[in-house]
Design a protein around this ligand. Structure first.
Ligand code: NAP
Length: 346
């Protein structure tokens, strides 16, 4: 029997970290989760998947090279998945330097530690469709030009090129997954999908608040996080490291997400008006449930991006199992249950 592999996941407390940790535990890995030191640990996602006791937690901050070196030295990982960093494009306009430090330079620190220590670990980088920004072509693939439109996209592009550079210059087994948006019931509340399902669930349970959103005509290529972490693992099982687009290949507007999520909670929403004057009305009661505010527009919006994942289908044999409709229903039902149980969940 082969020895148990050790995986190190940075960002293990986040959405993807939790799903990836679960997948790797099911594959019989020893999973070490890197967490930032805090007075209270952020463990609800690991607890929601019932794995909070199975992941070994150790302290690491991607802004601190010494903590990275110490961690690699101690646990001697076979695989490192870098999922850490400030992950919100919207928030990156308010925190551009912090975003660059964690999502850009954080990746360089990890790769430099692997190189200097001559570590055997294979490396996965959480790259992002936001590196495309101003979309070139109808669909984006691994050859498409990069034109990021947010500090987050710029930081991720720095990290993306660093992975390519370290692979070419030092022969590291380092791969980037250029992941398009992926969601789940564990998505953070500052992302539009989760904001929609959590707020509508409160309204469905008698809450009087209104769901305030930015541009309802923004379209995204949305998939399920549980499917996408499988692609991360597959990338590190290949003989050669490489970069792959991971996407659903279809886009849907925010407006469609709202309508489907509301329908899953028994609310029939109809939209009227345009732009900032758009109103989402409950057809049964005539009450306004959705409004639009310029506060939720980004200073510069990426064009509608749609990913061509044919390389991942072909080489990794990766296929997503959950489509857009199932994803929305899954998130809506999960938040409705939380709201009914009075569960306060970030
Ligand atoms: P998330 O839920 O926001 O998780 C981010 C994680 O990074 C959290 O565990 C956070 O820890 C950790 N972190 C933040 N700053 C850190 C630091 N200085 N040192 C160590 N850890 C730090 O994000 P996600 O949705 O799981 O995404 C995972 C990765 O994929 C991110 O890099 C994101 O940018 C990228 N990505 C996501 C998507 C998507 O649609 N979800 C698409 C493309 C790329 P705390 O719990 O301490 O805050």
């Amino acid at each position: 029997m082969s020895a148990k592999k050790t995986a190190l996941i940075t960002g293990v407390t986040g959405q993807d970290g939790a799903y990836l940790a679960k997948l790797l535990l099911e594959k019989n890995y020893r999973v070490v989760g890197a967490v930032r030191r805090a007075s209270t640990l952020n463990l609800p996602r690991l607890a929601a998947l019932n794995i909070d006791r199975d992941v070994e937690l150790q302290t690491l901050d991607v802004q601190d090279l010494t903590s990275i070196v110490r961690m690699i030295e101690t646990i001697q990982p076979d695989e490192i998945y870098n999922l850490s960093g400030q992950s919100s494009p919207q928030a990156s306009f308010q925190q551009p330097l912090y975003t660059g430090e964690t999502s850009g330079l954080g990746t360089l620190r990890l790769l430099e530690a692997i190189r200097l220590m001559n570590a055997r670990a294979r490396f996965y980088q959480a790259s992002s469709s936001e590196i495309f920004g101003q979309a070139q072509g109808d669909m984006q693939n691994e050859e498409t030009d990069f034109r990021p439109k947010s500090p987050y996209g710029v930081a991720k592009l720095y990290a993306h090129w660093t992975v390519i550079n370290y692979r070419q210059a030092y022969d590291l087994h380092a791969s980037s997954g250029i992941l398009f948006s992926h969601e789940s019931p564990l998505r953070g509340m500052d992302f539009v999908t989760r904001k929609i399902t959590a707020t509508l669930a409160q309204i469905a349970c008698g809450g009087q608040q209104m769901l305030m959103l930015g541009n309802l005509d923004n379209a995204r290529d949305w998939g399920f996080a549980g499917d996408y972490v499988e692609a991360m693992w597959l990338m590190l099982q290949q003989r050669d490291a490489d970069d792959y687009i991971i996407a659903s290949g279809s886009t849907y507007k925010v407006r469609r997400f709202v309508t489907l999520a509301a329908a899953a909670m028994g609310i029939d929403i109809e939209f009227e008006g345009e732009g900032l004057k758009t109103r989402g009305i409950d057809k049964k009661t005539g009450r306004q449930m959705v409004g639009v505010s310029a506060d939720f527009y980004r200073p510069s919006e990426p064009d509608p991006l749609v990913g061509d994942a044919s390389k991942a289908h072909r080489i990794l044999d990766w296929q997503p199992k959950i489509d857009f409709e199932k994803l929305v229903i899954m998130m809506a039902e999960s938040d409705l249950e939380r709201a009914r149980n009075g569960q306060v969940w970030y």
